[in-house]
Unconditional design. Structure first.
Length: 228
């Protein structure tokens, strides 16, 4: 940190908290000279948009680039397409975009910052490509049972053995998690078909037909986060 000229000592005549604020400004100025957001959001002691002067003694001051919502959505879709296994190309072409639960043709030029966006792959084998974890139920001689998660099974495709949606979700979380809520989940779709599965436990466990589930990534800007 050679560019940060201030070093705190008791001889400065200022408390550590004031020193912390001073250095955070210097670090921000340094990063902005290298291209960082000129008007970032502040995160002070894990609270968004709080003045840095409110930081607690030995607290945390962070700066987060404001989200350009359209660029965020385009980036997630591009990552899904890049990680998609390709045999016929059908899976890669089946990443649909939804706004507040309604499918749209393409990412809007000016997306609504208050809307919820979701990427879903609607191919029937999308779940098998994603892989996952299985539930293992053990029963003792006394009739008690324990439920544990078995080791996750790998994805169906050798081109994407660790799945697609979970990996892109983790990447998006790392890059945009400060300014957007991004979650991976399994999603049922209206008219999306059904599959055979199990319901209940013990003597009541039986095979039933249930809605098919599809991998999805859900996105919405965090409170106060607006496309700039």
């Amino acid at each position: 940190m050679a560019d940060i000229s201030t070093t705190w000592t008791k001889d400065l005549g200022i408390g550590f908290r004031d020193f912390h604020i001073q250095v955070s400004r210097e670090v921000l100025a340094l990063e902005q000279r290298q291209g960082f957001d000129k008007n970032p959001r502040t995160i002070v002691d894990r609270r968004f948009d709080v003045p840095i002067e409110n930081v607690k003694q030995f607290g945390i001051i962070e700066y987060a680039a404001r989200a350009d919502l359209r660029e965020l959505l385009i980036d997630i879709l591009a990552r899904l397409e890049k990680r998609s296994p390709v045999l016929t190309g059908r899976y890669r072409r089946s990443h649909l975009v939804f706004v507040n639960g309604t499918s749209i043709e393409d990412i809007p030029i000016n997306p609504d910052p208050d809307a919820t966006y979701e990427f879903i792959n609607v191919q029937p084998y999308a779940r098998r490509i994603e892989g996952g974890a299985a539930v293992r139920i053990r029963r003792s001689r006394r009739g008690t049972k324990s439920v544990t998660m078995a080791k996750g099974f790998r994805g169906w495709s050798k081109q994407a053995p660790n799945g697609v949606y979970r990996l892109v979700w983790r990447e998006a979380q790392t890059r945009y998690g400060k300014v957007a809520f991004i979650e991976f989940r399994w999603r049922a779709l209206e008219g999306g078909g059904t599959v055979m599965g199990f319901a209940g436990g013990g003597k009541n466990r039986q095979r039933v037909r249930r809605d098919a589930l599809y991998p999805s990534i859900r996105v919405r800007l965090s409170q106060g986060g607006r496309a700039q």
